[in-house]
Design a protein around this ligand. Sequence first.
Ligand SMILES: C[S@@+](CC[C@H](N)C(=O)[O-])C[C@H]1O[C@@H](n2cnc3c(N)ncnc32)[C@H](O)[C@@H]1O
Length: 191
Amino acid sequence: MREQFYRDDKDWTIVEGSVLDAQFMGSLGTFDIVYSWGVLHHTGEMWRALDVVDLAVRPGGQLFLAIYNDQGVVSKRWRFVKRLFCSGRAGRAVVCSVFIPYFVFEGAAVDIVNWRNPLARYTQYVSQRGMSRFHDVMDWLGGYPFEVAKPEQIIEHYLARGCRLTRLITTNGSGCNQFVLRKSDPDRDGR
Ligand SMILES: C[S@@+](CC[C@H](N)C(=O)[O-])C[C@H]1O[C@@H](n2cnc3c(N)ncnc32)[C@H](O)[C@@H]1O
């Protein structure tokens, strides 16, 4: 992004660290915008991570989040599959041999029923998603740790920490719910 849009921007810094590393996170300071899309549910300690990113938002600042939707038993099944995938080569082989054919045939069936070219979902995928479908499938199957939350759990979690929801996009099923939360600013909001 920097190379493409802000090559000479002296204020742009890129650092790498874990959101669960309190010392690292504390060293970053606070910001008007904190953006975390599809990350905190993969840390293994989602609720702690949600608290840590809150500390990085300046009063009056905004937090942009995407967190996997809680689908109850469906989410529990996916958690099992992903854990199996990450358990070693045998688990990975089992998961791939079941789910890759399943995704391929399911996709082809949906396309044929809808009179679409079944190959188009593979050839057009990179330009739409930024990665190949195979890469995306492996990323999904291997995305563990895997935690989920209902939209109201996230909203209540942040309400209790002085953040209110300003925008919400929910998903009906799998995938992420997306939130924009604004942290209260006692100086401005009190007036
Ligand atoms: C599904 S990917 C994120 C997708 C990406 N944000 C996007 O929009 O395409 C999940 C990311 O979470 C990161 N991650 C997992 N645990 C983390 C941690 N403790 N601290 C920071 N990042 C972490 C992984 O490195 C991985 O890049």
